[in-house]
Write a protein that binds this ligand. Structure first.
Ligand SMILES: [Zn+2]
Length: 613
């Protein structure tokens, strides 16, 4: 950040006076400044009230990065400017490309801040997970992140590990653990940026700083962080033991009042919670300030956030939106570093207040080397000038590329580390449930059966969450590597235990073939759950003879059911799961699978769902 004071003689510019008038306070009489007596003006006016031109500040943000250091097959779907009704998918993302766009955006502004709004780590690809996310934090340092907020996934491995990852230092490497600390370099520096949380208390005190204040061009700008209060119901209990997650808006408003009392008038909120826009299942224009269909937890929260706050950068729902709500932008830029949110604030140098009418905000895609050149040209041509310039100038940052490559290289052999053995192939085939699905459901039940882990009685696994078989091609038992387990369960979902009634469980199972769909898609049940599927029966009457350990399931019986966090939110159309009560978060799905494989497992050939023609 460079100082941005203009020569004193130009200080009381027409722009500054107009800005003062716009704030509602009558401008004080200009001091007796003349072109020939600049020294008098300096001594006559206290520095805090020093007249100056407005200070521009560009805030750049990305959310839910989830350690996506490599572009892989990441892409982004945008409307085709030449045929507005059609959408086109282009390659986007990767840390080097993201860093390049950030650099171009920073070059286009005298002052800028780079923020990331939670779920930086946790639920990541192997190149981050294998290294306990040290790779991701190093890259975020290199990209020049100035400030961050925790997300729910930052708590996946518990508070102690979170604080280590943020503060630095190597973790002890256990011989049986597939993950490794300080693998590429002798030390690990931790995050070189503050990570905030105003609403997370440990023993009544904030676990992390609630706010961060930066001085730019003679004004101060406050950043306030908060994370979804639902965190304890979506992460493993040991991860949040001893912590209290309080109401986000209340915590934000308290922090805003405290900053205001200190004279910090320009305020930005980083909150790891989000909303949705557009008709369900239909992509909305991610830069439409009218934000049709704006809904979700963030809608209610935004309405409660103090009017002192000038910009709200959100996360968690992986959506793209740039809503203008109560005269201030509420933004999110998808996920995985595929896009950034940019807000250009104009701050009155005398009052320190943001001129809301002058704020310009935009979500931008992170084009990479694989982005189709013709599509990129079409999208650039439709983008307003200052943003198109940054997109055009952006080049992948070589230093970031090198760090990512070093970790990717180190990951390959480590993925070969054995984590367990199997007595035969677990594949995903099956008319109803599959051997692979049964294995994963059993692993998830085992991980959540203990009363303090949720007291689960059954688990259900969606077929789409199984991305690979566990093959055993030689003479059994076959060794399973961490890479094998990770390939099967790569999404980084956590487990969620919830209560459903017998009626609700049956309704959920009927959703395996919604009306109008030609064939069912079966959830694999854990051992002990069984029923018949009457393929020719009408919708809603296909599940018959539902039993748990041989006992009929009663309609009012309360059942503790484990699913992954994707399904728990209604993913794959299982909206019945949204009705689940008394939720408790569990471990990451791949960790549950690895733990289960510590005993040699043999495929169970018997389907738990009986198909009846
Ligand atoms: Zn999240």
């Amino acid at each position: 950040m460079t100082a941005h004071f203009l020569p004193r003689r130009r200080a009381w510019s027409a722009v500054a006076l107009a800005a003062l008038a716009a704030c509602g306070t009558p401008p004080p009489a200009p001091p007796a400044v003349t072109a020939v007596t600049p020294i008098t003006a300096v001594t006559a006016v206290p520095p805090a009230a020093a007249p100056a031109t407005p200070v521009p500040l560009r805030v750049i943000a990305f959310n839910d990065f989830h350690g996506h250091l490599e572009p892989g097959s990441l892409g982004i779907t945008l409307p085709d400017p030449t045929q507005p009704a059609a959408a086109q998918r282009v390659a986007a993302g990767g840390a080097a490309a993201l860093a390049g766009l950030v650099q171009a955006l920073r070059q286009g502004a005298p002052h800028s801040v780079l923020a990331t709004t939670g779920d930086m780590i946790g639920a990541t690809p192997l190149v981050s997970a294998l290294f306990r996310h040290e790779s991701t934090v190093e890259v975020l340092n290199q990209m020049g992140v100035d400030v961050a907020v925790v997300g729910n996934h930052e708590f996946d491995a518990g508070t102690t590990e979170l604080l280590r990852v943020l503060r630095g230092g190597c973790a002890p490497n256990a011989a049986e653990s597939p993950t490794v600390s300080c693998a590429v370099k002798p030390g690990y520096p931790g995050a070189r940026f503050p990570v905030l949380a105003a609403n997370v208390l440990a023993g009544g005190q904030p676990l992390l700083p609630p706010t961060w204040v930066v001085a730019v061009g003679g004004v101060r700008v406050g950043f306030i962080g908060a994370v979804t209060r639902s965190t304890p119901s979506i992460v493993v209990p040991s991860g949040v033991a001893g912590l209290r997650f309080t109401d986000e808006a209340d915590a934000i408003n308290r922090a805003a009042a405290a900053l205001d009392a200190q004279g910090v008038k320009a305020l930005v909120v980083l909150v790891h919670e989000g909303g949705e826009t557009g008709a369900a299942g239909q992509a909305a224009d991610w830069n439409d300030p009218a934000c049709p269909g704006w809904r979700g937890d963030m809608r209610r929260m935004a309405e409660r956030i103090s009017q002192q706050v000038d910009l709200i950068l959100t996360a968690h729902t992986h959506q793209g939106y740039n809503c203008l709500i109560d005269g201030r932008p509420v933004m999110q830029a998808l996920s995985f570093g595929r896009a950034v949110s940019v807000a250009d604030l104009v701050i009155d140098a005398r009052t320190g207040e943001v001129d809301r009418a002058a704020t310009r905000s935009r979500n931008l895609p992170v084009f990479n080397d694989r982005t189709d050149a013709a599509a990129r040209q079409r999208l650039l041509a439709a983008e307003p000038a200052p943003w198109a310039d940054a997109l055009r100038q952006a080049r992948p940052v070589a230093a970031v590329q090198q760090t990512v490559a070093a970790y990717a290289q180190a990951a390959a052999p480590r993925a070969q580390r054995p984590v367990g053995r199997i007595g035969g192939s677990f594949d995903r085939r099956g008319r109803t449930d599959s051997a692979a699905g049964r294995l994963v459901a059993d692993a998830q039940l085992a991980a959540t059966r203990a009363p303090d882990q949720g007291g689960a009685q059954l688990a259900l696994m969606n077929p789409g969450g199984l991305r690979a078989d566990l093959p055993c091609s030689g003479t059994p038992p076959c060794t399973v590597t961490y890479g094998d387990a990770f390939s099967m369960q790569p999404f980084g979902n956590s487990l969620v235990v919830m209560t459903l009634s017998g009626v609700e469980l049956k309704a959920l199972l009927e959703q395996q073939q919604p009306a109008g769909r030609a064939s069912p898609s079966f959830l694999s049940p854990s051992a002990g759950l069984a029923y018949r599927w009457l393929a020719s029966a009408p919708p809603g009457q296909r599940v018959q003879g539902l039993t748990l350990h041989g006992q009929p399931v009663g309609p009012k019986q309360a059942l503790r059911v484990t699913v992954n966090s994707f399904m728990a939110d209604g993913g794959d159309g299982y909206i019945q799961l949204r009705a689940g009560r008394d939720r408790l978060g569990g471990m990451q799905d791949v960790d549950a699978l690895v733990a289960h494989l510590q005993t040699t497992r043999t495929p169970d050939p018997v389907p738990r769902i009986t198909w009846v023609d």
